[in-house]
Structure formats: C-alpha cells, structure tokens
Design a protein around this ligand. Sequence first.
Ligand code: IVH
Length: 678
Amino acid sequence: MGNKKTKKITDEMGNLIKQLNEHNYRYHVLDSPAIPDEEYDRLFRKLKELEEAHGHVMTDSPTLRVGAPPLDKFDKVIHRKPMLSLDNAFSYDELRDFDIRIKRLLKSDSEIMYTVEPKYDGLAVEISYENGVLVRASTRGDGNTGEDVTLNVKTIMSVPLALPDDKRPPRWIDIRGEIFMLIADFEELNRRRNELGEALFANPRNASAGSIRQLDSSITASRKLNISFYGAGHVEGLPVGTHLELMEWLRSNRFTTPDIKAAKGIEEVIRVVGSIEKERESLPFEIDGAVVKVNDIAIQNILGEKTREPRWAIAYKFAAHQGITRINDIIASVGRIGTITPIAILEPVKIGGVTVSRSTLHNWDELDRKDIRIGDKVVVERAGDVIPHVIEVLTDERTGKERKFKVPKACPVCGSHVEQEEGEVAFRCVGLNCPAQVREKIRHFSSRAAMDIEGMGEKNVELLSERGLIRSFSDIYILDKEALSGLPRFADRSADNLIKAIEKSKRTTLARFLFALGIRHVGEFGSKLLARNFRELKDLYNVDIEPLVSIKQLGEKTAAAVSGFFAEKRNIEALNSLVAMGIKISNPDFRDNEDEAGTLSGLTFVVTGSMPEPRNRIEKLIEEHGGHASSSVSGRTDYVVAGENPGSKLNKARELGIAVISYDELVKMVEEDQGTLF
Ligand code: IVH
C-alpha cells in the first residue's frame, strides 16, 4: 500500500519533470514557448511541493537549477581526454596553407570535406553524461585539469540535466561547449555593477568566466548564461562517423549547437568564413572567428594532434573592432548613488559597421590616467556590440587646443554639490532628491534580480518619475489604474500588467529586498550573505559594525555601508513604510550559525593513505562539519587521518607529535554532529 502510494507520487513527479523540461527546452533552446510563464511557475511550484513532502528530488528535476549552498573551493577534475586549443589563421592564405598541409599529410589531392562554424568568445566547459544523466561539469583549466563547476552549470537552463528517455543514451559522453553571455545581458549586468560601485567586467567573456567560477551557485543562477556545444571528448557507446553527425546527435538530444555549415574544399570554406564574418555584426553574442574542422572523424584520427592543437582544425580569427575618431566633448552623467561618470561625445565613426558616437570613460581616475582631453584623437574599441571604450589617446596628433575636463562642482542634473569621499575614486552628487538618482534607484529596485517588477524598465520609470508619480520606493506601491490612465505608454492592458507585476513583487525574499535597496557595496552576493546571517529585516535595524565584520567574506567597506544605512533614521522610516504597503519578506537563505559551526570547528586535518571513500569526499565531510582539510602536515595540523600505506605524512605527524586517527574515528567524531554523513 505504502509502495503503491510512493509509486503514484514518483510517477506524478516524473510527469511534472517531463513537462517542465519540455517547456524549458522550448523556451531556452527553441525560443518558442508553448505556455505562459505563470503556468510554468504553477507546475514548478507543484513539483517543489511534492519534492518537499516526499523528501526526494529526481536527478533531472528542474528544481536543481536554482543553485545550492556555497562551496569553499572547487574540486579538481582531470579531463579524460585533454581539452586542446586551436591553431590560428589570420588570413585566407593561412587557411589555404592549412589545407595544403592536410593534403600533404594524407598524401592526397582530392578536396577535403570541412565544416565551418562560428567561434564563440566565451569559456570552454566539459559536461559528462553517464548513462544519459549529467554527472559532472568542469572548466577547461590548463587543458588537462579543470575545476568542478557542476552545480553552476546545472543552473544554465539550456543544459539538459538528462538526455531524453526515448533514446538509448551512450554509456558515457563528455560533451564540450562554450559558455557565453548575450551582449545585452552583459551590459545590463555591468550597468548594475557600476551603480553598486562593484568592479566592471571588461567584456562578455570575462563576465561568463566570473559567473561560472562562483562558489555560490545561486549567483551563477542569477546571471544569464548560454552555452553552445561544439564537440566531444571521451565517448563510450556512441558510433558517429563525422563531426556533422555528432552535431546532429547533439541537436536531437536537445543540446544547442553552433550554426554549422559543410564546405567541400578550402575555397568554399573561405566563402563560408566570409559570410560568417559579415553576419558577425548582427549576432546578439560575440564571436572572434570561425572554426574550420575536417568533417570525417576517421581522417581526424589519422591527422592526429600536436602538443596543444589538433592538426584537423583551425580557427580563422577576425580583426578586433577599432576605429580612430575625435572627442568632441566630455559630459558628466549621474547614476543611482549619485556617482558622476564622465562620458565622451565622439565625432561619429563607423566601427565594424556600427556608428559609434559615445564612449564611457568609466571614472575620473581613468580620465587622468589616460590623460584624455576634449579635442583629442583617440582609438576606440568596440568588442561586438559592447559599449565602446577609449583604448588610447593619439598624443602625437595634439594641436595644443585640447582641453582637460574637470569634475563638475555642481551636479549637472540638480545643481547640488559634488563631493569625493575619502579614499574613493568616485565623485558623487550629494543632493538627496536628485531626480537622476531617484530614477536610477527605482530602476534598480524594480530590476529582475531585485524586486523583479516587469514593466518598470528605463522608459516607464522615466515617465512615471517625470510625471511626479514616483519619488520613492513606496510610491510604486501606491500606483493604481487611475494614476496610470491617460499616460502615453499605458494602454489598458499594460496598466493592468504593471499593477499585477507590482502586486506580485510584494512577496519577496530578504536577499532580494536587501539587494533592491541599493545599499552601497551590497551586490547580489553581499545581500545573500546578509540574508544568511540575519533572520529578518528588523534584525538589521541599527546593527553595529562588529557582527557584520565577523561575517566571513563580507568586506569591511560593505559592513560599514550596511551599518551606516541602517543607522539612518530616514532609511528606517522608508523601510517601515514599504512594509506597511504589504511587502512580505521571507528568508529561505537564513542559516543558524550555531548549528553550523560543527564538531570539527577550528580543527585542521590531513588525510593520507588509502581510504574507504575517495579523498575529496572525506575532505568535504570534514569541511561540512566545520573543519579544515589541508594537504600537508605542519605545526598547525590537529589530526592526521591515516589509512593503509600512509607514507611520509604519517612519519612527519609522528615527528611533530600530531594525533593520528583512523577513518572510523573521524566518522565517529562527526556522527556526534547534527549534519548528514555523505
Ligand atoms: S573546437 C579540438 N569549436 O576556442 C578542437 N572551439 O581556441 C577544440 N571555441 O578552447 C575546439 N567556439 O573554448 C571549437 N565552435 C567551436 C568553438 C571553439 C569557441 C573555443 C574553445 C577552445 C578555443 C580554442
């Protein structure tokens, strides 16, 4: 009877998972959703409830995609086949040389079948599927050893957690692809980071790398990452004869793949490469070249590889997008926390087919460092569609008429004083009600990673604040249909939708809410940390700096900013009025530190010799219970956990008089703890 019931629940979960994964695929891979978001959310919640009630989560459940508790470090992963890099060609003649080399090696004159595909500018990962289930994902690292980023990769919606069950999966397959970020998503991310005073990512590639190498996978989950799969490493049980067949197999198993073309002979390859380069401008992501591969895998194997690159593939690299123009003016723009940023107004110039007329100069230090002046001739780079930036000043071209631009003394928007805080690069407008700041604050408050109010984008916020309808966060929650009626951008339906979105945003989490407030130096990670350590919002009111600085990973600057924010009476009043508007804040991130300290807290262990469990699992166990696992024995070591054939580490422990325990004794130590064993 119990079994029957269990089976029913498992079937129901399986059924929901199948539906959700199908919708995920349609939405994130095919870009053609079949149901509204609300329906997806409803199915997702239903599955989550079942999982919670049942205490069981299936391997391919989409609920696994939201992130997991943070790690202390990444485990190392050795690639079963090294992840090679590619030889480069910078001209069509170098592509012709590549073709000649291949024909010579094959001792053949007949035309080679090649494939040509875009070269994504991101970072390489390898994802392993064992019997159709995603078991591990790792970065390329040095090609031989990478880092285990499984939890992070699972948060990428287009990555299948399992292969479709109507096909026979290969016993094992390592699939390789490039993780990248859409240019628009990269710019939005940087815009938010700039407002928060956080370091900016130089380009979408760095943003992808920074997002995938997060110890806290819930941060990765909040970044919009994509992946395109272009090859395989170690494979068992999948007979494919050509690269095109492999790509076809990947597509039919729901992986996203590059747009790949077959080309017979190198002259056709060159034509395809040319058409990819033309398309480059209109792509929503960055590519830095085209990859040419020999299609036939048997021929690939004959050609083999050099130390670091295969002989059967080459990357044709596109030129970087740069142009020379003049700075006609420099203006100051005002951000959310009043930061005044210099912006160069350029003599319009076409770079890679796009007219560029503005360039951010980031901050005043950069302006000084590069000695950028009004009237200067400069080299401007535009990587893909990324906001262009000034690479260098052509000082030789100066005429003597160039003018330096000084930080304005008054805010260009509200006229208040502009001040520089001690030890800070940034200058700020001190005007409390500066309209530019208020607008930016509200935009941030409503953004997706914060209160997630759809419909409160740049244009609408500008309109609503111009009309005097929103001057503070709580004004958002007073908006009603009447207030919106008659506004140019709000036809009946969009007014309804906005009101609905505002209502929906009232249920939020402490981490989101804290992030939304836009406290200086408190980004998504900082707000998560705070939520983990403070049960509710009120616990932060008038918080001293000590409990904040004692939070591991929370920087001093952040601690000071948080304490300063909650010491301000006006801020507390604003928070109270938000709560009075009906905002309900839950805190699923909170973790009780006392429980967490663990029985091994403060102790350092070295594991040596053969063990009944893999060493990294034992080290993880130690760390889960608050201990620290180290690889070398020193005066700071408290225990050496020794198995058979322990070697020199045991001798050293004996020399230093360090306690030596067995694996069983370690297990006994942690069994006293609340935590789970493995
Ligand atoms: S094939 C043995 N195909 O470029 C062949 N690589 O410079 C290995 N990349 O590490 C690579 N798009 O990260 C291949 N369509 C594509 C690619 C691609 C981007 C990256 C990949 C690789 C690097 C080599």
